[in-house]
Ligand binder design. Structure first.
Ligand SMILES: Nc1ncnc2c1ncn2[C@@H]1O[C@H](COP(=O)(O)OP(=O)(O)OP(=O)(O)O)[C@@H](O)[C@H]1O
Length: 246
């Protein structure tokens, strides 16, 4: 059963056709990759799916519900969330407070939020920090964490809202190669332990081949190929698109 259905989505910025007639389907419970050379339209597609940009045409269905006209917070409440290439954390707040602030009930001011935090929410924040390996650092300012740890914090912050599906924009970008395996293991656990469907943009081919069961490849704003890691690895169109982009 598919959790996400993108049908004939197009999006232009002035004369730039960032996405042209894109169709893709993501099966519930899977880890799916989205690859493509720089500027091929991956982030634009993410932004369209989560509601950041209105699409020019086409349909996006999440759990069979049309979401292409809905704003970001409404889509988030339906259970579809994204993380960013550059982490979005509050550097001056400690890890626990970052977690509490990202909880979706929190649309009030910071003072109101912190003055009435239920104990179970703090417990949940601590459990998730422990899940991503940051429990010991929970009282440190997020800005003092390494970039890799900030990415794990951002992942934990997204999990606070118990999404059904997470869109991850380059979860291993800028991370020390020795820590990359830790991130891959965490993402697999997110998928297996919480049953969260993952759609992952990734430039690191080794990572996406290890992580994803199904991979979509964009080039020049169009859907170029779709298949298993093995099929994609050996697809001449994909190889040419990457070589041509270098
Ligand atoms: N807000 C915007 N305004 C104008 N042009 C944009 C905007 N966002 C993206 N574009 C253009 O759309 C095209 C696709 O960009 P996009 O960021 O979606 O590609 P990408 O595959 O995510 O690239 P990268 O791998 O480098 O992150 C590019 O030509 C880009 O310059």
């Amino acid at each position: 059963m598919s959790i996400l259905e993108v049908n004939n989505v197009s999006k232009s910025f002035g004369g730039v056709k960032a996405n042209v007639d894109i169709s893709m389907s993501v099966e519930k419970g899977k880890i799916v990759g989205l690859i493509g050379p720089n500027g091929s339209g991956k982030t634009t597609l993410f932004n369209s799916i989560v509601g950041t940009y209105p699409v020019d045409s086409g349909s996006i269905k999440f759990n069979n519900k049309e979401v292409s006209e809905l704003p970001v917070p409404v889509i988030a409440k339906l259970g579809l969330l994204r993380t960013f290439q550059q982490t979005r954390i509050y550097g001056k707040l400690n890890c626990i407070d970052n977690m509490l602030i990202s909880h979706k009930g929190s649309d009030e001011s910071l003072i109101t939020i912190f003055s009435k935090i239920p104990k179970n929410l703090t417990d949940k924040a601590e459990n998730l920090l422990s899940f991503v390996g940051l429990y010991q650092k929970r009282k440190l300012r997020a800005g003092d964490l390494s970039f890799g740890q900030q990415k794990l914090l951002e992942l934990a912050m997204a999990l606070m809202n118990e999404p059904e599906m997470l869109l991850l924009d380059e979860p291993t970008a800028g991370i020390n190669p020795t820590l990359i395996n830790g991130i891959i293991d965490r993402l697999i656990k997110v998928n297996q332990d919480f049953g969260i469907t993952l759609l992952v943009i990734e430039h690191n081919m080794k990572v996406i081949m290890q992580l994803a069961e199904d991979i979509f490849c964009l080039a020049h704003g169009k859907m170029l190929a779709n298949g298993s890691p093995d099929e994609i690895k050996n697809d001449k169109r994909v190889i040419d698109a990457y070589l041509g982009a270098q």
